[in-house]
Design a protein around this ligand. Structure first.
Ligand code: SF4
Ligand code: SF4
Ligand code: FES
Length: 573
């Protein structure tokens, strides 16, 4: 039901049941918010969104208060502005003034609010919070003194990620956010997904930086410097540099990485193609033996750790295939090193990815060979953006160049694999193609693509009928579990922790809550529909890797380097 309310002496239309904030925003009236997150029930914790409602003594939080027909609202009265300003001043009263050194400098919601509210002096002084840096996690750094207790990270970890690894601890002036018993992150059940980083309005949470070690090796002539980047990275770099992305930009990134000093530049997408191809074989073997036990895809490192911690009984169903970054890394360290005549230990191997959990994945026990890790250093897209700026490279004035063989390209199936449902789609298409020389119908594929957090369908692939389930963000996991408990049988299950897939990974550029990456996802789907190389088996790059690299190397012909293991992990906290 629509009715009229009065805002700043003007009439606007509001809808029964919506909040004041929603009515204001729909009518183009903007007020600041801080603790509020789109699609979450409001908590009313920060009171940044307060407005004056005629007849009410106290200011009202617009994000949680429903509109009522009689309401007369003032959004920017002197009382409202003073209240908002005081709220921000209180937050700043014990905040460390180290913006110049902060991860979120020029991209911080607290900084922006202080600027918008014209705060030009520190009026309220409180005792500074003891600086506390928790660098124990391979993926996430906590800087407690920058936390403004908005609670966004706690809610995301509990309601979206379902790991509940952090919470408010202690009370009164000692209150802060952290793992249970106030222990370090590496003792917690954190799965390194970094979704908390994305929602944190300040620099209290950020990825563990690996830029310095990369710089150090770039200057070391004893090492061959090699970099791989996953298919989403060019779009991420374009986004954070304010450049309109098109597929041509992928080739620009190759020359940029060479200018920085990398001697070999590879596409992680070639690793994805190997994964798709090998997993299609694993799936076929499993179905052919009549084993009606699902094969769980193991390409999302946050999911792998979640399964190890919270669902150990599922581990035998988890594919042993490594994720694309590690597959590409293991090839670089073995056959590619041999071809180049370089010792494995004399390669410094870097990966760029949209995912913070890959920093953890690269350090797993099962990701090394003869004591040397597949990958030395993992950078997020944001870190690579910094490295590009550090080296003063003009993106708009860089050549287009091919990546280096043997990992210079990938199929559209590999590009789709970074969207939720995409990897399962590639595996099923590959199996279907090997059986029938054709693809499953569009109506089947459509059901795998983005939508609900749990999707299931059955796809015919020649003589097989593949029952597949997609878990898009861990909120869909409960539905999967109850479906399995209810007797549903699946052949293939894909779980991605970040809703929507890697496209919303925590290593991608920060963006405002109203922006999403739906247009980028659409572009990837559209490009996929027109790509000449739809599958790994159509790709000359893949044929070369299998025939020349794998086939001719006695060391890796058994392809064991592409496999790892996952083990039950005790959750201490
Ligand atoms: S990284 Fe993920 S699991 Fe860890 S605390 Fe943040 S949201 Fe929770
Ligand atoms: S760490 Fe960030 S998101 Fe979490 S409560 Fe503190 S300021 Fe908010
Ligand atoms: S945004 Fe409304 S109370 Fe925080």
């Amino acid at each position: 039901m629509l009715f009229t309310i009065q805002v700043n002496n003007k009439k606007i239309r509001a809808e029964k049941g919506e909040t004041i904030l929603s009515a204001l925003n729909r009518n183009g009236i903007i007020i600041p918010t801080l603790c509020r997150m789109k699609d979450f029930t409001p908590t009313g914790a920060c009171r940044m969104c307060v407005v004056e409602v005629e007849g009410r003594d106290r200011l009202v939080a617009a994000c949680s208060q429903p509109v009522e027909e009689w309401m007369k609202i003032r959004t920017h009265s002197p009382r409202v502005i003073t209240a908002r300003k005081t709220n921000v001043e209180l937050l700043l009263s014990n905040h460390p003034d180290d913006c110049l050194y902060c991860d979120r400098n020029l991209n911080c919601e607290l900084q922006r609010l202080a600027e918008e509210l014209n705060i030009r002096e520190r009026r309220i002084k409180a005792k500074k919070i003891r600086p506390m840096l928790d660098q124990s996690s391979p993926s996430i750094v906590r800087e407690l003194s920058k936390c403004i207790l908005c609670g966004r990270c706690v809610r995301v970890c509990e309601e979206v990620v379902t790991a509940t690894s952090i919470d408010f601890i202690y009370r009164g002036s000692s209150i802060h956010v952290g793992p249970a018993m106030d222990r370090d992150f590496n003792f917690s059940s954190c799965i390194n997904c970094g979704q908390c980083i994305i929602v944190c309005p300040t620099g209290a949470l950020h990825e563990k930086y690996n830029i310095s070690e990369v710089q150090e090796y770039l200057n070391n002539p004893e090492f061959m410097k090699v970099i791989q980047y996953s298919p989403l990275v060019p779009a991420g770099i374009a986004e954070e540099s304010g450049i309109k992305y098109s597929r041509d930009f992928d080739m620009v990134l190759n020359s940029v990485l060479r200018k920085i000093g990398f001697e070999k530049v590879y596409n992680t997408g070639s690793g994805t193609d190997i994964l798709i191809w090998e997993m299609a074989q694993q799936l076929k073997d499993r179905i052919s033996t009549g084993k009606r036990e699902p094969l769980f895809i193991s390409a999302c490192p946050a999911w792998n750790k979640y399964a190890e911690q919270f669902m150990p009984s599922y581990l035998p169903m988890l594919s042993t295939l490594k994720c694309p970054q590690q597959i590409a890394g293991s090839l670089i360290r073995t056959a590619i090193a041999d071809q180049a005549g370089v010792k494995a230990e004399k390669i410094f191997s870097v990966s760029v990815t949209p995912c913070t959990a890959m920093k953890f994945e690269a350090r797993r026990d099962g990701m090394m060979r003869r004591g040397i890790s597949d990958i030395d250093s993992v950078l997020t897209v944001r870190e690579l953006g910094r490295l590009i700026r550090l080296y003063g490279i003009d993106l708009s004035n860089s050549n287009s160049e091919q990546a280096d063989p043997p990992m210079e390209g990938f199929s559209s199936a590999a590009a789709l694999a970074e969207l939720s449902g995409g990897l399962a789609e590639g595996v099923i298409k590959s199996l279907c193609y090997s059986e029938t020389k054709s693809f499953p119908g569009r109506q089947h594929i459509k059901k795998l693509r983005t939508g609900a957090s749990f999707r299931e369908t059955v796809i015919p692939a020649g003589k097989y009928k593949i029952s597949v389930a997609i878990v898009d963000g861990l909120t869909g996991l409960e539905k999967l579990k109850s479906s399995i408990a209810g007797g549903s049988k699946y052949d293939l299950v894909e779980v991605m922790v970040c809703p929507g897939g890697c496209i919303n990974g925590a290593g991608m550029p920060f963006r405002s809550q109203k922006d999403d990456r739906k247009s980028l996802a659409r572009m990837i789907y559209q490009a996929g529909a027109h790509d000449a190389i739809a599958l790994p088996e159509n790709s000359p790059v893949m044929m070369n890797i299998y025939d020349k690299l794998i086939g001719e190397s006695s060391e890796i012909a058994d392809k064991k380097i592409f496999h790892t293991h996952y083990v039950k992990r005790d959750v201490l906290l």
